[in-house]
Design a protein around this ligand. Structure first.
Ligand code: PLP
Length: 382
């Protein structure tokens, strides 16, 4: 068996998505900016894709801007808001993805903003009273707090955060890369100014994402040099990426309830089997609490052992692909800023199992068995 449990890093392409993309790779090659028939045909397909995405999240098509990935969308929202609106302060959390953290830190270093961090508890839950204190003392603030954490799976209450931001007139960006296509987003019910999607996290192609930007909030482009995307993002469009992104999101919404049930079932099975097979197993953050975590992510904390340093390597040898933290910063267990912020015991090992609609119960059993075999072989550290 060869199993893939690293779907928070990236997901396999859905064959239905590939079928939708192929005609745009093979036949419809026109540049969407060209005014002739070849170009117009492709332009129409892009605008249809934009409408599809907008409809699914209850936005207007003009509020969707295509980007090269989630990271670019996060950068665009932060740089655009701070520099265009002249914001001088931002609030975030040390648990954010580097696409947000490093971007805001770059703005801080450049002298554009002061940066404050919302407190969180040992499980990584944000302290909303502290957020309110920060909002009250810093008018005209950019707030960036993620919907779900990619490493530990914590699901944050972005409805409550959005309400607070609206109350204090802050610009609210939420990194929804891990939840877009996995939970239904409705921008009419959410008080967020920016949301983000990245196609490869929901069985679409890599190299394409989008930013939802609430109408009325015009911010300057990050990439200059052309009038594409209504002057908001220059560069010839990634046409087949855009087609694939819209198709992938359409399928994700169509099958969401079924997939959520299936994947939550796999996660429950993981938790139960790990608890039975491995003494002293724990779960990071709120990962094991169904209503407080992403159903696709389980962050496992393993007891101190000589084995922990080689954990991912040994699983890989046994054909189980997992991640130790965020795959974007990658490599083994080293350097997870999220686990450090949680003061996780460095002697414990961490594995992130992240699941998709393509995983099966047999694969869960196989992965747990490989892990259990190692721990049975290796004496625990005292
Ligand atoms: N934000 C979060 C929460 C993520 O998990 C990731 C990728 O893992 C990103 C942003 C970056 O997305 P992309 O790979 O599309 O640049």
């Amino acid at each position: 068996m060869n199993v893939y449990f690293d779907n928070a890093a990236t997901t396999p392409l859905d064959p239905e998505v590939l079928d939708a993309m192929l005609p745009f790779m093979r036949d419809h090659f026109g540049n969407p900016s060209s005014i002739h028939g070849h170009g117009r045909q492709v332009r129409a397909a892009i605008e249809n894709a934009r409408k599809t995405i907008a409809h699914l999240i209850n936005a207007a098509p003009a509020e969707i801007v295509f980007t090269s990935c989630g990271t670019e969308a996060d950068n665009y929202a932060a740089f655009g808001s701070v520099r265009t609106l002249g914001l001088t302060h931002a609030i975030t959390s040390p648990l954010e993805h580097h696409a947000v953290l490093h971007t805001l830190q770059a703005l801080q270093k450049a002298g554009d903003i002061q940066l404050s961090y919302v407190r969180h508890d040992a499980q990584g839950r944000f302290d909303l009273a502290h957020l309110e204190e920060l909002l009250a003392t810093h008018p005209r603030t950019f707030v960036s707090l993620m919907h779900a954490n990619n490493e530990i799976g914590n699901l944050n209450d972005i409805v409550a955060i959005g309400e607070l931001c609206a109350q204090y007139n802050a610009v609210f960006h939420t990194d929804t890369v891990q939840t877009m296509g996995h939970y239904p987003h409705n921008v009419q019910q959410l008080k967020a100014n920016f949301l983000v999607g990245s196609a490869h996290k929901f069985h679409g192609p890599k190299g394409i994402g989008f930013l939802y930007r609430r109408s009325g909030l015009l911010v300057d482009a990050l990439i200059h040099g052309g009038s594409q995307e209504r002057n908001q993002r220059a560069g010839t469009e990634n046409v087949y990426g855009i087609i694939g992104l819209a198709k992938a999101l359409e399928i994700a919404y169509r099958d969401m309830a079924t997939h959520q049930r299936h994947i939550q079932g796999l996660k429950d099975r993981f938790i139960e089997k790990l608890r039975t097979e491995i003494d002293g197993v724990e779960f990071n953050g709120t990962s094991a609490e169904a209503d407080k975590s992403l159903y696709t992510v389980l962050s496992v904390s393993l007891p101190p052992s000589e084995l922990n340093e080689m954990l991912l390597f040994n699983l890989d040898i046994n054909k189980v692909s997992v991640s130790g933290g965020s795959a974007c910063t990658s490599g083994a267990n080293a350097g997870s800023h999220v686990l450090s912020a949680l003061n996780a015991d460095p002697d414990r090992g961490t594995i992130r199992f992240s699941m998709s609609k393509y995983n099966t119960a047999e694969e869960v059993d196989y992965a747990v068995e490989q892990l259990a075999k190692m721990y049975r072989r290796q004496p625990l550290k005292i």
